[in-house]
Design a protein around this ligand. Structure first.
Ligand SMILES: [Zn+2]
Length: 255
């Protein structure tokens, strides 16, 4: 019943909403004056560094043959450095969908992601349910997160993922105006449910979901997390997940 885990499922979103709110509570962070909230919906100048992106949301990894995209949401967090070390060891690219407040709290990890050549994604400033917000509020969520990345690294994200997979036509329009492709996922490892546990139960569960759901698809996008509280089970599962896809001939791509 893979459909149950697809984004857009009301049940799945409700579950994610309840849990993600507890694990992504923003740490206290001071917003630098240079990234003060953007009032309007005018695209920021920095977004010009990204290629044009079509309107709409996608949930299949790009590329012609078998491809897989590993994605890590809600960071940076306690496990980000360990995840980066594993990705480097296996020479695997990945995409990080960062939250603005978490970037402000751990700027050195944002620099490590950019310096490591990983793809950077915008996951809003503080992880709201975007379809509850006005267009101006949504634009501020996108622009503040991009501004934070630019403030730290001098780069801007060219990909966007809406929190909980919830978005509306306004979200898609704002992202397109900012030259950010909107990426959902097709494989939900549900790793956030471990809530900081690194037990073998969670390692096995995350690995099994990634392999069973992902191995059945030609272009899976695998959703994992690196939120502030840490994801030790995700870290432990990651080598096996990488080896699984590599052994089956998948090429690792970024979004
Ligand atoms: Zn998220």
């Amino acid at each position: 019943m893979r459909a149950l885990f697809r984004v857009g499922s009301a049940a799945a979103c409700a579950v994610v909403l309840a849990a993600c709110q507890s694990v992504t509570s923003p740490p206290a962070a001071t917003v630098p004056a240079s990234v003060a909230p953007t009032a309007g919906v005018t695209p920021p100048a920095g977004a010009a560094g990204c290629p044009a992106s079509p309107y709409g949301a996608r949930s299949d990894a790009p590329g012609g043959t078998k491809t897989v995209a590993l994605t890590f949401d809600d960071g940076p967090g306690k496990s980000t450095a360990a995840i980066l070390a594993i990705l480097a060891r296996y020479r695997v690219p990945a995409t990080f969908f960062n939250i603005g407040v978490n970037m402000a709290a751990r700027p050195s990890l944002v620099r490590a992601e950019v310096n490591g050549g990983y793809a950077m994604g915008n996951h809003t400033w503080n992880h709201p349910d975007l379809d509850d917000l006005t267009a101006v509020q949504q634009a501020a969520e996108l622009d503040e997160a991009s501004a934070q990345q630019r403030f730290i690294t001098g780069t801007v994200p060219c990909a966007f993922r809406p929190p909980y997979g919830d978005y509306d036509s306004t979200t898609l329009r704002l992202a397109q105006q900012r030259r950010m492709g909107v990426w959902l996922w097709s494989v939900d490892t549900q790793d956030w449910m471990a809530e900081g546990s690194g037990s073998s139960y969670w390692v096995d569960r995350i690995t099994r979901l990634a392999e069973q759901e992902g191995g059945a698809l030609p272009h899976p996008i695998v959703l994992m997390h690196n939120e502030p509280i840490g994801n030790p089970a995700t870290v432990s599962a990651l080598p096996a997940i990488i080896q699984f896809f590599r052994a089956r001939g998948y090429r690792f791509v970024t979004l």
